[in-house]
Design a protein around this ligand. Structure first.
Ligand code: MCF
Ligand code: FE
Length: 413
């Protein structure tokens, strides 16, 4: 076979369904895909002429996937208000968001370096304005680029739609295996139902759709009973005279996503019936959890027991620097491991899959596990204890950065 090469390490963690782990394991790659996997010695015998790269005292894993990040907010440090609940944060974003876009390109470059350094090969990038599109299209990162739809007032509907379609058209120009255009419906409170429907009517069913969902209690109150802080948000902050209730309730919002490939981001205040409805209505649902962002903005963490009961997989993400101290997925993984309640071993396994296989599935990619036929996005970390998912997660968190990263079989570092 042409272009065949072997990459091996002292330990291999496949993150496949069977959660196979190999001592002195390796993958054979050709044309950016995994064509074989097994013991290093076996692969060397099968492909005696293939060049070999072996990482001693290291573990080979799928490259990590960060499925929710706002690169446009990478320059943010301490402008937005923390500690005043979600309401305080959102008010401060509405007032000051333009000011954090200064010197943006330098911050985006740095944010990209942070992703790669921590072994992240793919990201789900939420784009409010398209300011990061060109930079992301030129990086080695695999990017699922979610152009974000926002607009809650009916009278500005045509203008919001035109702006969104203009950004989507620019994104489509970059479409490739490394840059996959997708769309985000910002949140129930910020996207009018008619606007969302107009957009979704034109989008094919395979396109991943991301939505911030029930991130705060006021959002739930607004959706369910048309009461609470969001009334003030519309009249006093957005200056909408008579706020329109465009969704009858939470189910009505979820009905937008019939047969869709849906990523529900946060879902902190979702109730069992909401998860059940999402699962029934969509073709595929993942919850994306961003624990540090959730703690900072809404004071709490996702209740994983509700997801397990609904049999909805979750993936782990950093969110943007707009709502986090940094955007390092390994830091997020450590925080999640130490703070999410429940059985530590169970959580470790879910979190590991949450930044590999499940995150990849959420983004509709074909990486995220080491299996024949998968795209060869690989990461290497300096540890060898891989007896349990907990040992693996601890090894990654302790490493603080990856030793090597391959995207589509090409070495990034
Ligand atoms: O995920 C966090 C918190 N929830 C909602 N939005 C954002 C987050 N980080 C950045 N945002 C952006 C969002 O994309 O903030 C704006 C949107 O552009 C808020 S609504 C004007
Ligand atoms: Fe977000």
């Amino acid at each position: 076979m042409d272009n065949l090469k072997i990459i091996g390490a002292s330990a291999l963690v496949s993150c496949d369904n069977a959660f196979s782990v190999w001592e002195n394991g390796a993958v054979a790659l050709a044309s950016g895909h995994i064509v074989d996997i097994g013991k290093l010695e076996t692969l060397r015998r099968t492909y005696p002429n293939a060049p070999l790269k072996f990482y001693r005292h290291c573990a080979l894993l799928p490259a990590l996937v960060n499925p929710h990040i706002h690169f446009e907010f990478s320059g943010h440090k301490n402008t937005f208000k923390y500690g005043g609940g979600f309401e305080g944060w959102l008010t401060s974003v509405m007032r000051h968001r333009e000011s954090v876009f200064k010197g943006l390109d330098r911050h985006i470059q740095q944010a990209i370096r942070v992703q790669l350094r921590s072994g992240v090969g793919s990201v789900g990038a939420i784009s409010s304005h398209g300011l990061e599109r060109e930079t992301l299209a030129r990086t080695p990162l695999r990017v699922v680029f979610f152009d974000e739809l926002i607009g809650s007032t009916p009278h500005a509907l045509e203008q919001n739609l035109a702006d969104f379609e203009r950004r989507c058209a620019l994104s489509r120009q970059h479409a490739s295996a490394h840059f996959i255009p997708a769309i985000a419906i910002h949140a129930p409170y910020s996207v009018h139902k008619t606007l969302a429907q107009r957009v979704l009517d034109k989008i094919d069913l395979k396109t991943p759709i991301s939505a911030h969902f029930l991130e705060s209690k006021p959002e739930l109150e607004w959706l369910e009973s048309k009461q609470g802080w969001f009334g003030h948000f519309f009249s006093d902050i957005l200056r909408v005279q008579h706020p329109v209730y465009s969704y009858e309730n939470t189910q009505d919002f979820l009905d937008l996503f019939s047969k869709r490939h849906l990523l529900l981001v946060h879902a902190l205040f979702a109730r069992p019936e909401h998860f059940q409805h999402a699962k029934k209505i969509a073709a595929q649902v993942h919850v994306i959890t961003c624990p540090r962002s959730n703690r900072l903005l809404s004071g709490q963490l996702l209740d994983l027991t509700l997801l397990r009961a609904a049999q909805i997989p979750y993936a782990l993400a950093t969110d943007g620097k707009s709502s986090n101290m940094d955007i390092d997925l390994l830091e997020e993984l450590g925080y999640a491991l130490f703070t999410l309640p429940g059985n530590l071993e169970d959580n470790a396994l879910e979190l590991l899959l949450g930044c590999t296989r499940h995150a990849s599935q959420a983004l509709g990619l074909s990486n995220g596990s080491l299996e024949v036929g998968k795209v060869a996005d690989l990461s290497v970390f300096p540890f060898t204890k891989v007896n349990t998912p907990l040992e693996i997660v601890l090894g990654m968190v302790r490493a603080k950065k990856a030793r090597a990263l391959y995207i589509q079989g090409c070495q990034v570092f």
